[in-house]
Design a protein around this ligand. Structure first.
Ligand code: ATP
Length: 467
């Protein structure tokens, strides 16, 4: 079933998944704070990622680098010179747009193709974009005119100042992606950890972009989480091609196994040659069918030895790898699976949302809102509910069960005394199991366990509750 974005946004606020940032001050445009349940989903995704990549695979380690970095890092990465979007204004209504996105949308409508992306280091063909806008009479989405100003460049990085003594301040940037923190630590990792190529370094953290056209709830925001991996391989075409293909497969699987997104809404798309950033020999996007259209969730790029070579040039440090078996020294090449965590949380919320008609015990047709999160991603795993809130023994028994389960799982204790309301609330936040303690429980130690999706209930011994 299809649901509007407004439905998702209002549910997110009403049920504690995500709130407007700085809400009591009238919001800071497009900023979103994760509420208690959004925070839990984030933690669950991170945990699943850590378990699979860092704990189980054995060829990936992780780190947590700084948001503020030596400004030279941003020169080396190309973000100072190239991390900009070409902006055009509609001459009639004065609305401002990213030229590449305007064209991308008009092409998507016509031929399902995209124009080259604007990534750090890439030369933007701004003149070509301008010529295209005029030649194809691309329309302003606001007023439908097709007259455009020349593109202006705009750097997406947030700049701030470091230092406390006037005159000794230094311009510094909030990182626009987490990847460079990995590259600048490459030598530290080689020197301190027992790693052998191929291996990867993963990082989860905040990134900041002064986006020109933020929107669609948490899809494009100015402050967001990324989950990036840099996977270092030998400079050999056969080797990197194999690694790239493996990462395409792994990434597909992880969207389904880590975020539990329905496969039919995911789209895996390899970039055409003309779409690639100049340093990249292969790029693969994972996209999702959002309520407003298709959008990118992850990009997987083969970035050659571009990043490490840039850092060798700018830092003057030797970042080569020595193979302990062959003695060969070389600058490793890199496959970069780069995934948005904020977008993953949003996608999980959209994908899970459902409204379902059912007939209640009195034969009346009802609608229930249910978030069909996979149980591993659901913010709350069990709700424990005493049927009668005034019955002290019942409340005590429910409380004991809650205490026991909450040692291993996020649980909620709900003694509101209205079982129907409790179920509705737990369905909406996606709790897979509700445990109810009733009169019979006090006699024989059994409880009812209700499963969210089927709404089926069965009676089991309280000590037999498993996840
Ligand atoms: P887009 O084309 O949507 O601007 P991008 O290609 O610039 O994205 P990358 O630089 O490849 O994005 O960043 C990797 C991932 O980080 C993206 O796939 C996306 O999930 C996430 N991401 C990028 N920008 C934002 C943003 N402004 N808000 C939320 N997530 C973002």
């Amino acid at each position: 079933m299809w649901f509007s974005l407004e439905t998702i946004v209002s549910r997110a606020k009403r049920r504690g998944f995500a709130y407007p940032g700085s809400d009591i001050y009238g919001w800071l445009a497009n900023a979103r704070d994760l509420g208690p349940y959004g925070t839990e989903i984030k933690r669950n995704i991170e945990n699943s990622r850590r378990t699979y990549f860092v704990q189980e695979r054995g060829d990936i380690i992780w780190l947590d680098s700084q948001i503020l970095m030596n400004p030279k890092v941003r020169e080396a990465s190309g973000h100072v010179a190239g991390f900009s979007d070409p902006l055009v204004d509609c001459k009639k209504c004065k609305s401002r747009f990213r030229a590449d996105k305007l064209i991308e949308e008009s092409l998507l409508k016509s031929k399902d193709k995209e124009l080259p992306k604007n990534r750090a280091g890439e030369k933007t063909p701004a003149e070509d974009l301008f010529a295209f806008l005029w030649a194809k009479k691309v329309k302003c989405p606001v007023c439908w005119a097709s007259e455009w100003t020349e593109p202006k460049k705009f750097n997406l990085m947030f700049k701030t100042e470091q230092g406390v003594i006037e005159g000794e301040w230094m311009d510094i940037y909030l990182r626009p992606e987490t990847a460079q923190g990995i590259f600048v630590n490459f030598k530290n990792i080689l020197d301190t950890m027992r790693v052998r190529i191929p291996f990867g370094i993963a990082q989860v953290g905040k990134a900041f972009r002064n986006e020109i056209t933020p929107g669609n709830f948490m899809f494009r925001v100015r402050e967001f989480y990324q989950m990036e991996i840099e996977y270092f391989v030998e400079n050999d075409e056969k080797v990197w091609l194999k690694a790239f293909k493996e990462w395409m497969q792994t990434s597909k699987k992880r969207w389904i196994d880590e975020i539990w997104i329905s496969e039919k809404k995911l789209k895996f798309r390899e970039h055409d040659k003309e779409e690639l950033a100049f340093y990249s020999k292969g790029t693969f996007d994972v996209e999702y069918e959002f309520p407003w259209g298709r959008g990118e969730l992850q990009g997987i790029a083969y970035r050659t030895d571009y990043d490490l070579s840039q850092h060798i040039k700018f830092s003057g440090k030797d970042l080569q790898y020595s193979d302990p078996l062959t003695g060969k020294r070389y600058v490793p090449h890199v496959i970069e699976p780069s995934r948005g965590l904020t977008r993953a949380i949003l996608t999980a919320m959209i994908d899970a949302y459902d409204e379902e008609k059912y007939t209640d015990g009195n034969g009346v047709e009802q609608t229930r809102v249910v978030a069909r999160f996979h149980k591993n991603i659901a913010p709350i795993k069990f709700a424990v509910i005493p049927l009668v809130k005034k019955d002290e023994k019942m409340v005590q028994m429910a409380h004991d069960i809650y205490k026991k389960l909450s040692k291993d799982h996020m649980c909620e204790f709900d003694d509101s005394g209205n079982i129907g309301k409790s179920y509705r609330r737990q369905d909406e936040i996606g709790t897979p199991y509700c445990i109810t303690v009733d009169h019979q429980s006090l006699e024989d130690g059994t409880v009812t366990i209700r499963e969210r999706d089927s709404m089926k209930q069965k009676r089991i011994k309280s000590e037999d509750i498993t996840f």
